[in-house]
Design a protein around this ligand. Structure first.
Ligand code: UTP
Length: 285
């Protein structure tokens, strides 16, 4: 069976985006007129996903609010004849039964966040998306699921990063399968440049075999004193096949200011209306 469920963890503190993230959570920061969450949900839907599990902290109910039907707002838009906007809202809505919220009281890491979802995922294989990694262009998740369906093994989204940046990522050690794929033998979380086995970094899209839960249960706190998903995947790669795939889209790290700013400009350049003036406006600035 193909992948139908995605886990979207949104329980982090977003400290790099304070003070903005004091009152709203990071996935609600907008790139142009849509929050990061919206882009992630669109990407997932276009990959055939219909079940959404959000790992949230006690004060974050935003995903549920954003994705639920708002009858009075829809009535208002209809009355004002704002049909285009109405359609965007309607297509965003996800049935309540297809959204699950899982509480992570303390941000103990991505691995811990994923582990908490097992009661809903049960025996299924599933996808994970980090909404602060915005990927524009072809649906990255769709590409990964295609590889997963062929290989019947976990697949991680990967991209080349500059040497100066390897210490910010989980870095892949492995053997080349073809121009886009590696068979992963190990992942090293935030290595020094000297210890990095490659420049190939894991970014926030994963399609995982259900067996990952077994490895997560045995994973101790690692880098940053958090339970790291990459540590569990790395151990799993010793016992079963794990692949990385260089996706076609362009990824922006919207968890930090420069990446977020670049994402705004890139999105404006893709927008049919904005792109007419954005270059000249940027020159003026
Ligand atoms: P980050 O590593 O960017 O952490 O999380 P963060 O806390 O959100 O941000 P900073 O580093 O303090 O600025 C990547 C994704 O994983 C989620 C976050 O919400 C984000 O979507 N996450 C992270 C959790 O759900 N739980 C955690 O314990 C850690």
């Amino acid at each position: 069976m193909s992948i139908k469920t995605v886990v979207i963890p949104v329980a982090g503190m977003g400290t790099r985006f304070l003070p903005a993230t004091k009152a709203i959570s990071k996935e609600m920061l907008p790139v142009l007129d849509k929050p990061l969450l919206h882009y992630a949900v669109d990407e997932a839907k276009s990959a055939g996903i219909n079940n959404f599990i959000f790992v949230t902290n006690i004060s974050n109910n935003f995903p549920f609010l954003y994705l639920s039907k708002n009858i009075s707002l829809e009535k208002h838009l209809k009355k004002k004849n704002k049909i285009k906007t109405l359609k965007i809202l309607q297509s965003l809505t996800i049935q309540k039964r297809n959204i699950k919220l899982v509480l992570q009281k303390k941000p103990l890491g991505l691995g811990d966040a994923i582990l908490r979802t097992q009661k809903y995922i049960k025996e299924e294989d599933f996808a994970v998306m980090l909404p602060d990694d915005l990927i524009l262009g072809k649906s990255c998740l769709k590409e990964l699921i295609k590889v997963f369906n062929k290989e019947k093994s976990s697949v991680l989204a990967a991209m080349q990063v500059e040497s100066k940046d390897v210490s910010k990522y989980g870095i892949i050690k492995g053997n080349k399968v073809n121009s886009k794929m590696m068979k992963v033998s190990e992942l090293i979380e935030k290595p020094t440049l000297k210890n990095a086995p490659s420049n190939l970094a894991v970014v926030g899209r994963y399609v995982l075999k259900n067996s990952i839960f077994r490895y997560l249960r045995k994973t101790n706190r690692g880098s940053n004193d958090e339970i790291q998903l990459t540590d569990a995947i790395s151990v799993s790669a010793k016992n079963e096949k794990v692949f990385s795939f260089r996706f076609s889209g362009k990824r922006y790290d919207c968890g930090e200011k420069l990446g977020f700013l670049k994402a705004q400009i890139a999105s404006a350049l893709l927008d049919p209306e904005l792109k007419k003036n954005i270059r000249s406006e940027l020159k003026k600035i």
